[in-house]
Design a protein around this ligand. Structure first.
Ligand SMILES: Nc1ncnc2c1ncn2[C@@H]1O[C@H](COP(=O)(O)OP(=O)(O)O)[C@@H](O)[C@H]1O
Ligand SMILES: [Mg+2]
Length: 284
């Protein structure tokens, strides 16, 4: 599948061409697509992440694992600048996403978030209809043609395997869906803008085992099209789905990246004793 084309809007910005399939794909280039260099994060005087450097390929799944408080969520929120919303939060270092300098004050955050979608632990549909949930991101980016919105909406719902389940009730409340359906809807909403990157913060942990399995299958199906960075406490899941994995740990009160590499290597032949301890079930 080719990268979705974009069309110019009157304000000179670019908007999603909703006649294209909802989904971005690009040939792997070999160069890292998402690159963090010496990233430090502080909440007030307290440091949450120290000196994280991490390179992530254009396509595939990178799993972030490690004990609670080791800075995994913080790392995700730096990448799409949700950290901007926390007044006490300060981020230093450099993050590149494709050609975007993420942390630069000149970077258009709306444009950045179009390229980088985020999925949270608890499904968070808006208290609107299914249709309006999916239309929202396009409307925010200036797409108002209902035919274009409907075409994109169907494509995104098919991508997440929801179309057959909801196509006859698009105008009913999204919150009436089951938890697993809501999470797939949230993924579809994130796909509406054809992002490059999907950040997922424990996307299965609030779901029942069967829904969790469906969402996991969906994430696996998306791995060839997107740069997926997923936080998970489920090591069996990380082992099943991840191409690469990174272990975070709290040392001296600060979250640090301990080891990063191919998932098979990290899980089966960890180089660091903390990784071995974590995957063998020792608590941090
Ligand atoms: N909004 C915030 N304000 C202050 N401290 C925070 C905030 N969010 C996270 N922290 C702190 O940053 C550290 C890392 O947290 P977090 O990124 O949530 O870790 P994880 O996702 O690995 O559990 C923790 O010590 C946490 O208390
Ligand atoms: Mg977290």
């Amino acid at each position: 599948m080719k990268r979705s084309p974009v069309t110019a809007t009157p304000d000179g910005d670019t908007a999603v061409n909703a006649s294209a399939p909802a989904g971005a794909a690009a040939a792997p280039t070999g160069a890292p697509f998402l690159a963090l260099r010496r990233v430090n994060v502080f909440y007030g005087a307290r440091q949450a992440l120290a000196d994280v450097s991490l390179s992530i390929d254009r396509v595939g799944i990178t799993a972030l694992v490690g004990p609670s408080g080791s800075g995994k969520t913080t790392l995700l929120t730096c990448v799409n600048r949700l950290t901007d919303l926390i007044p006490s939060c300060r981020v230093t270092g450099a993050i590149r996403c494709g050609d975007l300098d993420v942390l630069s004050p000149d970077t258009d955050v709306l444009r950045l978030r179009r390229r980088i979608g985020m999925i949270f632990q608890k499904p968070n549909p808006f208290p609107f209809s299914i249709r309006r949930n999916l239309a929202c991101p396009l409307r925010e980016h200036g797409v108002t043609d209902p035919r274009l919105i409907d075409a994109r909406l169907e494509s995104a719902l098919r991508q997440v395997g929801l179309w057959d389940e909801v196509s006859d009730r698009l105008d009913t409340a999204a919150l009436a869906l089951s938890g697993g359906q809501q999470q797939r809807l949230c993924i579809a909403r994130a796909l509406m803008l054809s992002p490059d990157v999907l950040l997922m913060d424990e996307p299965c942990s609030a779901l029942d085992p069967m829904s969790s399995g469906w969402v996991e299958d969906l994430i696996t199906a998306l791995r060839r099209q997107y740069t997926i960075v997923i936080v998970t406490h489920n090591l069996a899941q990380a082992r099943r789905i991840a191409d690469h994995a990174a272990l975070f740990w709290v040392r001296d009160g600060v979250g640090r990246l301990i080891e990063h590499g191919p998932a098979a290597q990290l899980f089966d032949h960890p180089r660091h004793e903390l990784t071995a301890a974590y995957i063998n079930g020792v608590r941090g």
